[in-house]
Design a protein around this ligand. Sequence first.
Ligand code: DGL
Length: 270
Amino acid sequence: MASDSRPIGVFDSGIGGLTILRELLRELPTERFIYFGDDANCPYGPRPEHEVRALALAAARWLVARDVKAIVVACNSASVSAREVLRAAFPEIPIVVVVPAVKPAAALTRSGKIILAATARAINDRFTHSLIDTFASGVQVISVACPGLVELVEAGILTGPEPEAVLRNYLGPALNAGADVVVLGCTHFPALREPVERVAGPTVAVIDSGAAVARQTRHVLASRELLAATPPSVPVEFWTSGDPARFARVASLVLAHPVTARHAMTDVQW
Ligand code: DGL
């Protein structure tokens, strides 16, 4: 069978996509990855669609210039905003996007109420609305935009009273109303799984899309005979448009192993 040792490009507005990367590393141990965190432009969530599109296109162009064989858009906000323009711009490159786990949540709920925690960009996007209409029509989806949470993750504040207080404020009303599944619809949020689970309590399921994205990436690569055959000596290169020292510090927390990062800017065409 054919194999392809070129890297897979992964990008996010910052640290969040690392929650997807850790699943990719688990699912695809023979692959090499180039991770780009666009921290200079983080957060994407409060931005309008056309800005997130421009930023996502610039990140993808940067990765394509590094000869990636596929791109994983490890950001819900970029996935809903830019998946069509990215596929049109790079028709020869498979592009895998993140979709919030609304479908499994709708299958899981017993109370008929689920929380979709995401960015304002993802919550307001028509793709998310159609996902809910298609897969959760009989279920009440309580969408909660969570401004400030992405910034906590970027600052490396992943546990303790501060994220717990913010999460209690955002999720409390819907939990009190009987929601029994929390969908983490922003890739930054699985980094806060511990405080989310503490706030949600033991009877509430907390789910994200990381493992599903990793399986989908394997499927897409396999179907095009693009899988790599042997484990690389350096599995991931980390790049950020922000401060590499800060990125490395927080990335090491999220991935639970030491990370070094380099700086790069993309050429955003607004
Ligand atoms: N992690 C990204 C997402 O999944 C972006 C969050 C942000 O930059 O606002 O939406």
